[in-house]
Design a binder for this molecule. Structure first.
Ligand SMILES: NC(=O)c1ccc[n+]([C@@H]2O[C@H](COP(=O)([O-])OP(=O)(O)OC[C@H]3O[C@@H](n4cnc5c(N)ncnc54)[C@H](OP(=O)(O)O)[C@@H]3O)[C@@H](O)[C@H]2O)c1
Length: 312
């Protein structure tokens, strides 16, 4: 009996400490959520960082929305995508609507030898914001060995999703460091937060972007550079083939407006309140349950896509 008492006292303090720790953590999370999603944070991203913003994959979807949002804040925009026609169209749309200067660079990030051309086109520009947005995924979830044109897909996914982020950063970061200011927004994905089977290469490439961004932020934050890893769930774009925006899959404009409020506050974000809620739930699931749900979801989506392909 005597020897049980000190143990009971110890357990009491462990319990009280745990409750206090969890209360503090939950209060801090709620406070941060209110600060980010409730109050917002509009200051800080604009020409004061440097007059130009560079956006890769900027003629559609999330990239186009970032380009418009940055132009709205008065930044001059460099648009980079493959198709010169689409670049011209988006470029004049932005110039007319936001009265800012634009430039275009037509390159395919599936090639390795494009960076000298990009470097030459960016020479002399004061770049305050870089959005590493370009990315590709599979047509539909698929087992690794059954991915159509596997060799080509491996290469393209690594060049477009991974190499582009490193090389664009290598080109733009030195100017930011020299001026001690700048923002780099890297488009990872919720598939980079937790591994997604049947999207193996895509998911792994987005985990690379997430780690790259987190490390780069730690390395350069004391030099005035803010690097953000953006990890969205579904957004209604060409890539997802979701045509009708909804609460869970917002339009790219809604997503970007929301994500911009987190710049300067969060170096890692799902970018949108509903995605952030889903992200919190995913992060507390036991991994066996998470994998079961992810695998079942992607298996049935794969079967649905195969059926649709057979019909057509
Ligand atoms: N949509 C989502 O639900 C979602 C979720 C998580 C993460 N993300 C990430 O967000 C980013 C943008 O996705 P999105 O859905 O907005 O894509 P999207 O609507 O398909 O737009 C892709 C943009 O990139 C350009 N592009 C595509 N391949 C290119 C290449 N090889 N070289 C140069 N430009 C290229 C396209 O223009 P051209 O065809 O003219 O080249 C287009 O402007 C990607 O990194 C994606 O992984 C998206």
């Amino acid at each position: 009996m005597e020897s049980a008492l000190p143990a009971a006292g110890f357990l009491y303090w462990v319990g009280a400490g745990t409750v206090a720790y969890l209360t503090l953590r939950i209060s801090y999370s709620l406070f941060m959520a209110f600060r980010v999603w409730g109050l917002g944070h509009e200051a800080g991203v604009g020409p004061e960082l440097g007059e130009w913003a560079v956006v890769t994959g900027s003629t559609d979807g999330i990239g186009k929305s970032y380009a418009k949002e940055l132009a709205k804040r008065g930044m001059k925009i460099v648009l980079i995508s493959r198709s010169q026609d689409k670049l011209n169209q988006v470029s004049s749309e932005i110039r007319e609507k936001f009265k800012v200067e634009t430039r275009t660079i037509a390159v395919d990030f599936a090639s390795e030898d494009i960076y000298d051309k990009i470097k030459a086109s960016l020479a002399g520009l004061q770049i305050g914001v870089l959005v590493n947005n370009v990315g590709m995924s599979y047509q539909h979830p698929e087992y690794f060995l059954e991915i159509p044109n596997l060799d080509d897909t491996i290469k393209k996914l690594l060049l477009i999703n991974v190499l582009s982020v490193c090389k664009m950063t290598q080109l733009v970061l030195p100017g930011m460091v020299e001026r001690s200011k700048g923002v780099i927004l890297n488009m990872s994905s919720a598939t980079g937060m937790a591994p997604v089977p049947l999207l193996t290469i895509y998911s792994a490439s987005k985990a690379f972007v997430d780690f790259f961004s987190q490390c780069l932020h730690e390395e350069y934050k004391s030099k005035g550079i803010f690097v953000q890893s953006v990890l969205p769930f579904f957004v209604a774009t060409n890539m997802t083939r979701i045509r009708k925006p909804s609460l869970q899959a917002p339009s790219s404009d809604t997503f970007v407006k929301s994500a911009m409020k987190t710049v300067g506050l969060k170096s890692r974000t799902n970018g949108y309140f509903v995605h952030s809620l889903v992200g919190s739930i995913v992060s507390i699931l036991p991994s066996w349950l998470y994998f079961k749900i992810a695998m079942n979801h992607n298996k049935s989506f794969r079967a649905h896509c195969q059926k649709r392909a057979k019909k057509n």
